[in-house]
Design a protein around this ligand. Structure first.
Ligand code: SAM
Length: 323
């Protein structure tokens, strides 16, 4: 079992399978034309080796992210390998949805358990200004398909940007009326190479909560997933609503997560600047015991909480860290 110095058991790993992305969200990446980025991609063999070991070490849940995970040419194969890896029970994906319509059937056939769709606005013009790409129609189509697909856990991740999409809370809540979806309002975090998060767009969890309650005073509190610090539902609605205080870091005490980047670095905490480079061990095909030793060392570095961490990896984009 992977257990850290503070007794937290690690059973969840987010793997960024590629650092490439087909959107250029202003809070995450520069526009390509300004600074072309060299992209990294995790090979199927390396991902498979890592997952086999993680499964043996007690990891039960894998989430593929990126970059944009659907840009990995073998994404369905990765899901299928993860699903058949002993120990791994749940395999999900976090995606911007641009390519989802094309891949959904193959992903479901591979055994995918759930999709978190990142969608900050339901308005095409705002979508273009946030993402710098005109792909709203594709994403909306993907959302409609997801909502109509039985058996998949569907969550919508909406990053709250003050004065940009803060007026759309009711429109997102409306999606929970007839669909078993969780709409999650997220705090902006200091991970973008331009530090756009400093420009007054940040909306803290308390402010999101106030806006939510002023629109829906009848919301009932419910118990959500461990990262869903505040969870609510409206009577008669099939879905639920959550606020994720990712920047406020109120849930570090129950963190069970590690991240692996597309260049095989293991990150024990988003807010900790140290990472463990697993690439040399993978490249040299070092024995499993060596790889295991490196993972245990990395987990040993996991700080008690993100606020006490030495410094944020602030210059790094979320697309490299894996969201
Ligand atoms: N491309 C996929 C997607 O859009 O879901 C996966 C990777 S993306 C980096 C994962 C998540 O990170 C998205 O929900 C995105 O909104 C979020 N994200 C990116 N930059 C962020 C930031 N500075 N603060 C908070 N969340 C951020």
């Amino acid at each position: 079992m992977l257990t850290d110095r503070f007794g937290r058991t690690i059973d969840y790993v987010r793997i960024a399978v590629t650092s490439a992305c087909n959107l250029r969200c202003t809070y995450c990446l520069r526009d390509e034309s300004e600074a072309p980025q060299k992209t990294q991609q995790l090979s199927v063999d390396d991902a498979s080796r890592l997952m086999t070991l993680l499964g043996k070490m007690g990891v039960k849940k894998i989430r593929f992210t990126g970059g944009e995970p659907l840009l990995h040419p073998d994404i369905a194969e990765l899901v299928s390998i993860a699903k058949t890896t002993p120990g791994i029970e749940t395999v999900k994906i976090t995606t911007n949805g641009v390519l989802l319509d094309r891949h959904l059937n193959a992903l479901i056939d591979a055994g995918l358990d759930g999709v978190n769709l990142s969608l900050d606005t339901l308005d095409r013009h705002k979508f273009i200004s946030i993402t710098r790409r005109d792909r709203f129609e594709q994403v909306r189509k993907a959302l409609d398909r997801l909502l109509a697909t039985p058996g998949l856990t569907v969550k919508i991740n909406t990053l709250m940007l003050r004065g940009i999409n803060s007026d759309e809370i009711p429109a997102f809540v409306e999606l929970t009326r007839s669909h078993a979806v969780t709409v999650r309002f997220m705090e902006l975090q200091p991970f973008d190479d331009r530090q756009i998060w400093r420009t007054g767009r940040f909306m803290g969890a308390e402010m999101i909560r106030e806006r939510l309650f002023s629109a829906f005073p009848e919301l009932e509190a419910i118990t959500g997933h461990s990262t869903e610090h505040y969870s609510f539902r409206l009577t008669g609605h099939r879905g639920s609503i959550a606020i994720i205080p990712a920047f406020s870091r109120n849930f570090c005490a129950s963190c069970s997560k590690l991240r692996i980047t597309a260049d095989a670095r293991l990150i024990a905490c988003l807010y900790h600047h140290e990472s463990t480079d697993l690439a040399p061990a993978l490249k040299a095909e070092l024995p499993e015991e060596e790889l295991k030793k490196r993972m245990i060392e990395a987990v040993d570095q996991k700080p008690k909480d993100g606020l006490k961490s030495s410094r944020a990896a602030a210059a790094s984009s979320m697309s490299r860290i894996g969201g």
